[in-house]
Write a protein that binds this ligand. Structure first.
Ligand code: PEP
Ligand code: MG
Length: 612
């Protein structure tokens, strides 16, 4: 029997002598730091005088002084002052972008920065703003707004999707320039102290990806849940976080000492010395546990008695592949291409995508590589796409629905993937696909891409094809689609959302959106049974696969591949190594009979007590 290896448990929970807030803990770590409030990134929050102060993060509820700053500027509007302010802001932002460009190791991000620099250095743009200040007596920010708006309107009026997206880029760059003008700092993250615990209402995945993680010890958000995409990114980055934590109720002042214990899903506010000491000890125990886990890097993903399954990774870019390999994983079970292209200037750059996929294949060197077509919509908003105002985005034009409605976006991706498939084995899967009709439309488009590549004498390789099961409809329609599929992957984050009719990112629905519940378990079992009858392997790429507690159960249900967040890979290996295949089957048999979540939890916990 493998030595049981368990993280420091809640038995060590401490009696708090501090104010304490709860939320949904991500990444499982403990972090110490000072409270720093992030003002809403998309709106200006500090006045011009803040430029001289140490930071723009001073107050939890920053006053909306943007308008105030504007009118002040107009009162003091002397042309040379305003022109100088504009030139100064231009220099600051250009400087920051150059630094970011030099540090960027991401080709798409670099291209976006280059495009922004081009505009900021464009003589016509600079002259137009200077003239608006001089001739129309506008303040610098009004002049920027006017020139940018004019330019964006001209682009949008051309009625082309690509140019409409460029117009959005322009407006967002104009907003940043105005913010620099008002704050005197070029980045909303400038001057962040090294020991900062960042507090914010919410962050989009794109905003998260712009955070200077080296300065951030932990993240606390008022909104969000375990399976929202910002949480998924935080977990990938191994950043302790607490989501859905209503910190406004605690009246925390800036710079207050905080300790975030993601293992206990709580935030201690200004803990006393004894508590802080205890938490430090627990942090050290966790570090030892993490260290002890590393011996599993070169262990296979197998039960105590040697029954194996595939352990794959969920990744957001090729940069994550070396981590998978260090952890001894078997390849990639889900490349979220929309996260890879979050900040790309455009989605129709076939060459750029081709290079990115080839780079992944080269690194993987024959290991499994599973790419998901763009899964746009719901909480995944891309920099290069105009935002939509759907009333119900989780049920809206998202995933394959978006791709089929915008073939000009899907086709470059399919062509890039087909061409890359010449370089190594590539599995392609389609998100949010419910019906065989959608599968037909998708495969027709794929065939059209193959024909076009043949006609232009460009080579392409074979793709294994699959779908992500994310709705009850997909599970119930599976039999009709299986004959044309090479594999399936179960996306439990969305499958749970759509089965339970509970928004996965709504903090108030934690009871209605459980991480594991009988109806979702039955749907998973249904898919595994059907797929195995046809000899088709089944993967699971939702967060459930990353939960060590669920691993023996899923293995016992016959799951072939676990596609997990790499930061959880070793804990998942340990969870399987601690049990025998027979124990897994018994758990599965009992769990599938459970009618209540509590019964399900009881079935799973039998394992922990047996291996304790
Ligand atoms: C899922 O829904 O389970 C999934 C893996 O996709 P995403 O989390 O990207 O929606
Ligand atoms: Mg999904």
């Amino acid at each position: 029997m493998t030595d049981a290896l368990f993280p420091p448990s809640s038995a060590q929970t401490l009696t708090p002598s501090a104010n304490i807030l709860y939320g949904c803990g991500i990444s499982g770590g403990i972090a110490f730091g000072q409270a720093i409030f992030l003002p809403s990134i998309s709106s200006s929050t500090s006045s011009a005088s803040a430029a001289a102060s140490d930071s723009s993060y001073a107050t939890p509820h920053s006053p909306d002084t943007a308008l105030h700053a504007t009118s002040q500027a107009e009162n003091q509007n002397t042309t040379p002052d305003q022109q100088q302010a504009f030139t100064q802001a231009l220099l600051l932002l250009t400087d920051l972008l150059r630094q970011q460009l030099a540090q960027s190791d991401n080709a798409t991000h670099a291209e976006l920065i280059e495009a922004e620099l081009l505009l900021l250095e464009d003589e016509e743009f600079i002259q137009a703003v200077m003239q608006s200040i001089a001739q129309l007596h506008l303040s610098a920010d009004r002049a920027i707004e006017r020139v940018i708006r004019q330019h964006a309107d001209e682009l949008a009026a051309l009625g082309d999707n690509y140019l409409a997206a460029r117009a959005e880029d322009l407006i967002s760059l104009g907003e940043r320039l105005k913010r620099v003008l008002q704050d005197g700092i070029a980045s909303p993250f400038a001057n962040l102290p090294k020991d900062c615990i960042l507090l914010a209402d919410s962050l989009t995945p794109a905003e998260f990806s712009a955070l200077p993680l080296e300065n951030i010890q932990a993240l606390v958000l008022r909104r969000g849940t375990l399976t929202c995409h910002t949480a998924i990114l935080a977990r990938s980055a191994n950043l302790p976080a607490l989501l859905g934590c209503d910190f406004n109720q605690a009246n925390i002042s800036p710079h207050t000492p905080l300790v975030l214990d993601a293992t206990e899903q709580c935030l201690y506010i200004n803990p006393d010395a004894v508590l802080a000491d205890n938490l430090k000890q627990k942090q050290q125990q966790l570090a030892h546990y993490q260290q002890a886990l590393t011996r599993f890097c070169d262990q296979p993903f197998a039960t105590q008695d040697g029954q194996r399954a595939q352990l794959l990774g969920n990744i957001a870019s090729g940069a994550d592949i070396s981590t998978l390999q260090q952890l001894g994983m078997d390849g990639v079970g889900l490349l979220r291409t929309e996260l890879m292209l979050l900040n790309a200037p455009t989605l129709d750059d076939e060459e750029l995508q081709y290079r990115l996929y080839c780079d992944c294949l080269r690194q993987l060197n024959g290991q499994t590589f599973t790419v998901r077509t763009l899964d746009i919509g719901a909480d995944k908003v891309l920099a290069c796409l105009p935002t939509t105002d759907e009333v119900n985005p989780a049920l809206g034009v998202r995933g394959i629905r978006y791709s089929l409605a915008h073939p000009a976006t899907l086709i470059p991706q399919l062509r890039a993937l087909l061409r890359a498939a010449n370089q190594g084995p590539l599995r392609l899967m389609v998100p949010m696909l419910n019906q065989p009709e959608e599968w037909q439309a998708f495969t027709a488009l794929l065939q059209q891409c193959r024909d076009d590549l043949t006609e232009s004498e460009q080579g392409y390789g074979p793709l294994s094809l699959g779908i992500v099961i994310e709705t009850p409809a997909a599970a119930l329609n599976l039999a009709a689609m299986l004959p044309q599929l090479d594999f399936i992957s179960i996306g439990t984050n969305d499958l749970t959302q759509h089965t339970m009719a509970a928004d996965r990112s709504n903090t108030s629905l934690s009871q209605q959106y459980p991480s594991l519940c009988p109806p979702v378990l039955l749907l998973i079992k249904h898919c595994i049974t059907l797929a195995h009858q046809q000899g088709i392997p089944v993967s699971l790429c939702g967060e459930l696969a990353s939960n060590p507690v669920a691993v023996p159960l899923l293995f016992g249900m016959g799951l072939d591949e676990f596609s997990v967040c790499p930061s959880q890979a070793l804990a998942v290996k340990v969870a399987l190594a601690n049990v025998s295949a027979k124990q897994c089957s018994e758990i599965a048999a009992n769990a599938l009979k459970a009618r209540y979540i509590s019964e399900l939890e009881a079935c799973i916990s039998t394992i922990n007590s047996q291996t304790d």
